[in-house]
Write a protein that binds this ligand. Structure first.
Ligand code: HMG
Ligand code: MG
Length: 306
């Protein structure tokens, strides 16, 4: 692998407040979610997933979406994304002042059924009016494609399935696609194949990586994506995360770990690692455990030794 053509600046979208917290059994108060978002902003985060406008029966932890959005420490230079599986979700997102919405589909039929209770084809039918309504209101739409490498129900997923969903999303006007390794089973070449499939329909500037770290491959997969010119990634503070409909999958790659790697390679993120560690410690203290980030643990140990 040649590392000569890496991007010089990378955009990280912190999905901690959404992907990170959605899987927590214990309800996290809205004030803590807002406190986390505030600390992420202080660390330089300028794009984050704040919450989801989904059915509270499906994901109770996101049931306080309206409260979280109303209490945001809003900044004009921060993009607040929210998940919207259908028009009902979009209406909530619009009323709450989200400035980007995320429709989320899957490259696996079984996961689509488990996660959003419909087939891939039906999901596209639901997303199409969301895209129209979002664009009519000047709101951009990101499309997450889950299970682009493997599925907890169907096993291995072929790049052809990823290309199909990317094409369907392109056809309805989705602006950007996130290629997700939902259960973190991918290894660099497999993740590159999934990204290549998405590249058949989207420019590299309109593609991001969303890698869960279940098997400890997410940093390697991030580097493999960088090598292809991908310059946007979803990461999660303290490595929080998981999907309630992907049992056994752990969190997204930790923001702190990606930032440490990128800064160490001379790649700019605009983020302050020390302040990210503060945010990581804040949410980890609330949850009563250590951050799921090697970098945060190392830096917290170093602070404790001073
Ligand atoms: P459904 O039951 O088929 O929906 O669920 P429905 O249209 O038949 O409606 C049933 C009830 O839900 C009705 O209420 C609706 O009003 C309500 P009732 O009349 O029974 O009281 N409802 C809603 N309520 C609030 N907000 C809404 C909404 N829509 C309907 N938007 C639905 C379909 C999609 C709603 C459901 O399956 C759902 O909410 N799923 C969300 C699952 C989810 O959030 N998963 C985690 C996020 S995805 C993820 O983590 C993956 C990602 O990180 C990438 C990766 O890693 O792969 C993005
Ligand atoms: Mg995810």
């Amino acid at each position: 692998m040649s590392l000569n053509h890496l991007p010089t600046r990378v955009k990280l979208v912190d999905v901690g407040p959404r992907d990170g917290l959605q899987n927590e059994k214990q309800m996290v108060p809205a004030a803590v979610k807002i406190g986390l978002i505030d600390r992420l902003q202080q660390a330089g985060v300028r794009h984050l997933e704040a919450t989801s406008f989904v059915s509270p029966k499906w994901v109770p932890q996101m049931g306080d979406a309206v409260e979280v959005m109303a209490g945001l420490p809003r900044r004009a230079d921060v993009v607040y994304s929210v998940l919207t599986p259908n028009l009902k979700g979009f209406e909530g997102a619009l009323a709450a002042g989200a400035n980007e919405v995320v429709v989320f589909g899957a490259a696996s039929e079984a996961f689509s059924q488990k996660n959003i209770n419909c087939s891939i084809a039906e999901s596209i039918e639901r997303f199409a009016p969301v895209v129209v309504a979002a664009h009519a209101n000047g709101i951009s739409v990101r499309g997450a494609i889950s299970c682009t490498v493997g599925c907890p129900y169907e096993g291995e997923v072929s790049p052809e399935r990823v290309a199909l969903v990317a094409r369907l999303m392109k056809d309805i006007g989705v602006d950007h696609v996130g290629v997700a390794d939902t259960i973190g089973v991918g290894t660099p070449r497999r993740v590159q194949a999934a990204l290549e499939a998405a590249l058949r329909h989207y420019d590299v500037a309109d593609i991001s990586g969303h890698f869960h770290d279940t098997y400890g491959q997410a940093l390697a997969n991030t580097l493999a994506a960088l090598e292809m010119g991908v310059a946007q990634f979803d990461t999660s503070i303290a490595g929080l995360g998981g999907c309630p409909y992907a049992k056994g999958a752990t969190g997204n790659v930790a923001t702190e770990d990606v930032v440490y790697m990128l800064h160490g390679m001379g790649i700019d993120t605009g983020l302050d690692l020390d302040k990210l560690v503060d945010a990581s410690q804040f949410i980890s203290d609330h949850l009563g455990r250590k951050p799921n980030s090697r970098v945060s643990v190392a830096l917290l140990n170093k602070r404790a030794a001073l």
